[in-house]
Design a protein around this ligand. Structure first.
Ligand SMILES: Cc1ncc(COP(=O)(O)O)c(C=O)c1O
Ligand SMILES: [Zn+2]
Length: 388
């Protein structure tokens, strides 16, 4: 195992490696540090060719110590598809879609949960709990089932039906709450001690982001170690964005890539765009959005514990943050589907109207190599397409 320690993303306090831990004493997210020199003795760009086609191909930079604790349902190594027909509609020749809908439970949330629940198993967790907008819950239910650990899930009562059904069918305990994901989070925080739950909320433990960072490794590998110019990413809690940025840093330190970075673009929905507002205002943290609303359930995160990290990444990368309306993101599902044969989640589809805004503003050039992240499957949102 190459983990050296755990460190705070804000105050830099260090904690012992391989520990069951939630937030730092200061209340901010914790991250995992590796001995990358040691990791790169066996993990080389060339070594990847013969490895398993899942995120566990990067095992030297993942935190699980005993291979017997690895829980896998085939997560990661999703296709990076060249979107030529959609690109032609936009006058672009280098447009790609990273299609995360092919993950187990049909969203990118499988990556984070595969690693976090493997670690929970390794560290002897007896019960797991999560507040979720929907897809994280489905992924937790799946990996908790595989681990044989009971899962307690709290979701808003207007979460897409598919997420509620999948959690129940995978044996999780589901409670629907009259409120937002932040209200669900408060319930988990209040009850976890008495109930003996380990809280796997977004960025409130250090291992989900380790799973998510593999999107950054894969992108580099699939683009032959030349990162794209721009990445558009639908952002709620922000683990994907933060994880990919960490992966880029790790790969540079292992000598795999240079210092050039993609411009990272956060995409949010107009009814809940705390990062877009904070970015525009030059703020270092997001406000708590009242009455947050959007059909793209995964983007309905009114206040994210990692907001300051996301804002830092967007600025350091020379990127930006863009919001789109629900009408725009829903219409984009059909445009992407018709052009590319991908039935995108509304969150992923939101990247298309965001890209159009950036092209119109001149923030993205038509010759740029651009990657849109489709983070989930439209099949989870059938309720949203009743009229379409
Ligand atoms: C399909 C989909 N896309 C994007 C997001 C936002 O992800 P994150 O919270 O990691 O920013 C979610 C979160 O639930 C989601 O389900
Ligand atoms: Zn701290």
């Amino acid at each position: 195992m190459n983990v050296t320690h755990i460190y705070c993303s804000s105050c830099e306090k260090e904690y012992q490696a391989h520990k069951l831990i939630n937030l730092c004493e200061c209340g901010k997210p914790l991250m995992v540090a590796y001995d990358l020199e040691r990791a790169s003795e066996t993990l080389t760009r060339e070594s990847l060719a013969g490895r398993v086609a899942s995120l566990w191909r990067y095992r030297e930079v993942l935190p699980v110590e005993d291979p017997n604790n690895v829980l896998t349902l085939g997560e990661g190594m999703t296709p990076l598809l060249k979107a030529d027909r959609l690109g032609a509609e936009l006058g672009m020749s280098n447009l790609f879609i990273k299609d995360e809908s092919l993950n187990p439970t049909a969203s990118f949330k499988a990556r984070g949960m595969a690693v976090a629940i493997s670690m929970a198993k390794e560290l002897g967790v007896k019960k797991l709990a999560v507040p979720s907008a929907g897809n994280a819950a489905g992924a937790l239910a799946a990996y908790a089932a595989k681990a044989g650990i009971p899962a307690f899930i709290f979701m808003p009562n207007d979460t897409p039906t598919a997420n509620i059904v999948e959690c129940r069918q995978m044996g999780a305990h589901v409670e629907l709450i009259d409120g937002l994901i932040t209200d669900c989070g408060k319930i988990v925080a209040e009850r976890k001690q008495a109930e003996g739950w380990f809280d796997v909320s977004t960025l409130k433990e250090p291992y989900r982001v380790e799973g998510k960072k593999t999107m950054g490794y894969e992108l580099a590998e699939q683009m032959n170690w030349e990162l794209p110019d721009v990445i558009l990413y639908p952002t709620g809690g922000g683990t994907g964005l933060i994880g990919m940025w960490k992966a880029f840093d790790e790969m540079q330190r292992m000598g795999w890539i240079g210092s050039r970075r993609p411009r990272m673009v956060t995409v949010q929905a107009e009814g809940c765009a705390p990062i877009v507002q904070a970015f525009a205002a030059g703020a270092t943290a997001g406000a708590d959005i009242p009455n947050a609303h959007t059909i793209a359930a995964g983007l309905r995160v009114p206040k994210a514990v990692g907001d300051f990290i996301m804002l830092d990444v967007l600025r350091k990368s020379g990127g930006t943050a863009v919001s789109v309306t629900d009408d725009e993101l829903l219409a984009a599902v059909k445009v992407i589907g018709s052009a590319e044969g991908i039935f995108a989640a509304p969150e992923g589809a939101a990247c298309l109207p965001a890209l159009k805004q950036l092209l119109a503003r001149g923030d993205v050039d038509r010759t740029d190599r651009v990657v849109l992240f489709n983070t989930g499957s439209g099949l989870k949102y059938l309720d949203a397409f009743k009229e379409a």
